[in-house]
Design a protein around this ligand. Sequence first.
Ligand SMILES: Cc1cc2nc3c(=O)[nH]c(=O)nc-3n(C[C@H](O)[C@H](O)[C@H](O)COP(=O)(O)OP(=O)(O)OC[C@H]3O[C@@H](n4cnc5c(N)ncnc54)[C@H](O)[C@@H]3O)c2cc1C
Length: 425
Amino acid sequence: MPAQTDVIIIGAGAAGLAAAKELTNLGISFIVVEASHRIGGRAYSEEIAPDVWFDLGCAYLVEGSDVKNHIDESNPFIEFAKNQGELIEEYKYDAHYIYSGRPLDDKEEKARLAFYTDCEDAIHSSATGGDDCAISELIDLESPYAIPYMDMMAVTAPKDLDEASAADFFYKVEEYRDFITLRGYGRLVAQWGSDVQVSLNTRVETVDWSGKDVLVKTNKGSIRARCLITTVSNGILASQHIHFKPRLPNWKLEAIQGLPMGAENKIGVHFTKDVFDPKASGYYQAWSDAAQGAYIDVNLMSTNVVSVFMGGRFSIWMEKQGQQACHEFAVDRIADIFGNDIRQAVGRSIVTAWVTDPWTLGSYACALPGQYHQREALPLAIDNKLFFAGEATARANGTCSGAYWSGVRAAREVATEVNKGVGSN
Ligand SMILES: Cc1cc2nc3c(=O)[nH]c(=O)nc-3n(C[C@H](O)[C@H](O)[C@H](O)COP(=O)(O)OP(=O)(O)OC[C@H]3O[C@@H](n4cnc5c(N)ncnc54)[C@H](O)[C@@H]3O)c2cc1C
C-alpha cells in the first residue's frame, strides 16, 4: 500500500468504486481502502443453490429519472448488465394480499386500496406542505389495513412509522420502474468494480485532518493524502468507529444523527422442487390477527426462491433471535399462503443480519421526523479536505444507483480541489 496519494477513498461499495472510476477518468491518483475481505459492501449476492443467486442487500435495479425531485440519474448497472449479457427483466409481477390465509375478496381489496391511497395522499400533502412529521401521525391506525401497510412501510422506509419522516419518505427516489437480474445485483456490482484496485481487509481507524493534508491510520499502516472521500454508512459514522481528529463539526454530527440507519432484513428460502404455479409468482403481503405479517416476493424469474422481508423494530428483534428463528418465521409465512405441503420442499435459506453487520451497522439511512433537512447537510465537504459520499448522501438515497452517483459527485468535487492545488504550485 503506497504511503502517499492525492485521494484516499474509504469503502469499496458502489459509492467508493464509482468515485475511484471517476478519479481514474480525471487523472487523479487515489487509494481505496476496504475493511472487509470483498468489494461491493451492501451490494452482495450469494449462491443459495447451484447457480441460483440471492441478494442479501440490494436486489432491485431502480431505473430512471426521478420526476418528483427533477433528477435525471439513470442506473448505470442496467446498461452494464445488458452489455455483460446478464438476464434482466422489468419487475411487473402481480400483487397479492392474503389475510388469515385467504386472498381478500373484491370488496376488501377495494377498501385496502382506498386505505393505501389515502395514506399516500396524506404523506404527499404533508411533505409538499412543508411539514416533516412522523408518518404514523398521518395514517388511521385503527383501519383493518393499517397492519399490512405498516409491515410494508417498515421494510421500505425502513423504520417503524413513528420513527420515519414523512418528507424523507416522499422525496425518496421515485421507483417507477424496477428491474431484477437473474444472477444477482451484488454479483453485477462486483463484476463492474473488479477493475478497481482495492486494498482489502484494510480498516480505517483514525482520520487526522488537523494539518494541511489528511493522515489516515489503518490496521495496515498510515497513508497521507490531499483529500479524503468517505463512503461508509451513517451507522459507522455515528458509532465513531473511525476516530476523526479533530472531531467532526457539530453541524455534520447533527446531520449523521438526524439520518440514522434503518433496519431491513431478508430471508431467502430456496425450494428444491417446482412447487409454485408460474401464475403465483409475484409480490405478496400476508397478515393475520395471530402473528406478525410479512412482505414476500415469490419465485421471481422462476428461481424457486422466496424472499421474505422484515423491517423496523421487528427486524431488529428477529436478528437477535438468530438464523433458525428467522428461517422458521419465513417458512411459516410462506406456508400461510401456499399451505403446509410446501414445507416438504424447503431447501437452504440465507438470513441477513444488517443491523449487527460490523461494516454497516444497519441497512440504510432514514431521516427521523423533523430531520429531513439534514439530507442537505450530510453530503457537504469539510475544510475542502473531507468529502462525503455513500447512499445516505445521495439524492436517490437508500439505493445502489444513488450510491454510485454520490461517488461520482464526490470525485468531481475532489478533482476541483486537487486541481486548484496544482494550479497554485
Ligand atoms: C436489505 C437491503 C436491501 C436493499 N435493497 C435495495 C434495492 O433493492 N435496490 C437498491 O438500489 N438498493 C437497495 N439497498 C440499498 C443499497 O444496497 C445501498 O444503498 C448501497 O449498496 C450502498 O452503497 P454504499 O457504497 O453507499 O455503501 P456500502 O455498500 O455500505 O459501502 C461502504 C463500504 O465501506 C466499508 N467500510 C466500513 N467501515 C470501514 C472502515 N472503517 N474502513 C474501511 N472500510 C470501511 C464497508 O465494508 C463497505 O464495503 C438495500 C440495502 C439493504 C441493506
